[in-house]
Design a protein around this ligand. Structure first.
Ligand SMILES: Nc1ncnc2c1ncn2[C@@H]1O[C@H](COP(=O)(O)OP(=O)(O)OP(=O)(O)O)[C@@H](O)[C@H]1O
Ligand code: SF4
Ligand SMILES: [Mg+2]
Length: 323
């Protein structure tokens, strides 16, 4: 049996703005096993970034709030951990590659100093020379000239900044990496290089990963498991084979994949599907996908579906039953 590293149960997250209460995550369940890569896939606004930020308890102050659920990391509930313990975890056990590299980089420090901070935190006994050596190694690892460590974020291109953010996230050799669209801003060659790098890391350090992406080709190449998100819930999940080649699928997954591409085929991007994501400030009753679903039945409009399980494959839809 695979060993659990992170287990999210019934997570609910809201953003309270002046205008509305935005229900961004609504009862999300997700398990990450040690050393495993899970692809988190879903349309814009599905709650992917919110999920990652919740794990690290980095939701925006006063606005974002976890209202229910638990996030167990190696048996410890992160939602109950002290702020001090969270800082320790963020510095050395779980790191995140942010969707927007500028969120992670401080414009007033050199990039080398910023990566150096992470290295120091993770290796308190390192001398200054050790730290510099390690920073230079990280630079080489992501394909940047090590001598540029003395430069500031604004001196790098977008793709280079993204590599710096990746180097920073990997510098602490995390047990869990939350990679939020890590390659979207990169050109294809560098994208392939970064994905290879992340794969190597996984093999070398047994790093587990949540890889948020819109690109099913990337999922097929990189992930062991897949979780499809819709309106703040995981509506289908399983191994790569379950979700790409399984017989049964959630109607949303079917729409999302167009015709579900073969696992070995070239990258197919998500095809747009009919209708819009529901307004998270005003979610529909019952199954949240019901206004867009071709298979919608009466029960779908009033009752939220429970989870259908078939081995490792899970689907949250009234079309399937466990009986
Ligand atoms: N700071 C905020 N204040 C209010 N609402 C927010 C805030 N951040 C996110 N939201 C809302 O929460 C919902 C989920 O957002 P989130 O960023 O988690 O989606 P996502 O799946 O990461 O989307 P994308 O693919 O575009 O990155 C969206 O409806 C979004 O508008
Ligand atoms: S529960 Fe009903 S509305 Fe929701 S996806 Fe299944 S069939 Fe469609
Ligand atoms: Mg996002």
């Amino acid at each position: 049996m695979a060993e659990k590293l992170l287990e999210i149960k019934n997570l609910h997250v809201v953003y309270k703005t002046d205008e509305a209460v935005v229900r961004a995550v609504n009862g999300l369940d997700l398990t990450i096993n040690k050393g495993s890569t899970v692809g988190l896939v879903g349309e814009t606004g599905a709650g992917k970034t919110t999920t990652c930020l919740s794990i690290l308890r980095l939701l925006p102050d006063r606005v974002g709030e976890i209202t229910e659920g638990s996030i167990e990391y190696n048996g410890e509930d992160l939602l109950k951990a002290s702020e001090e313990r969270m800082r320790e975890i963020r510095g050395s056990e779980i790191s995140m590659i942010f969707q927007d590299p500028m969120t992670a980089l401080n414009p007033v420090f050199t990039v080398g100093d910023q990566i150096g901070e992470v290295v120091k935190l993770h290796n308190p006994k390192f001398t200054n020379e050790d730290v510099i050596e390690r920073v230079e190694t990280m630079f080489k690892l992501v394909g940047l000239p090590p001598e540029r460590r003395v430069e500031y974020p604004h001196q790098f291109s977008g793709g280079m900044k993204q590599r710096i953010v990746i180097a920073m996230a990997l510098a602490c050799e995390p047990l869990l990496l939350l990679a939020d669209e890590p390659t979207t801003a990169l050109d294809v060659t560098i994208q392939a290089q970064v994905l290879r790098l992340m794969k190597e890391l996984k093999e070398k350090l047994q790093t587990a990963m949540i890889l948020v992406t819109h690109d099913l080709g990337v999922v097929a190449q990189t992930c062991d498991e897949v979780a499809i998100m819709y309106a703040g819930e995981v509506i289908e999940n399983g191994t790569l084979e379950d979700v790409f080649d399984g017989e049964k699928h959630h109607p949303y997954t079917v729409g999302l994949f167009g015709s579900i591409p073969d696992i070995h085929s070239e990258a197919d991007r998500l095809t747009p599907i009919m209708g819009l994501m529901p307004d998270p400030a005003n979610l529909p009753e019952g199954c949240k996908f019901n206004p867009r679903c071709d298979h919608c039945m009466e029960i779908c409009k009033t009752q939220a579906p429970s989870v259908y399980k078939n081995g490792t494959h899970q689907i949250r839809c009234h079309l399937f039953g466990n009986q």
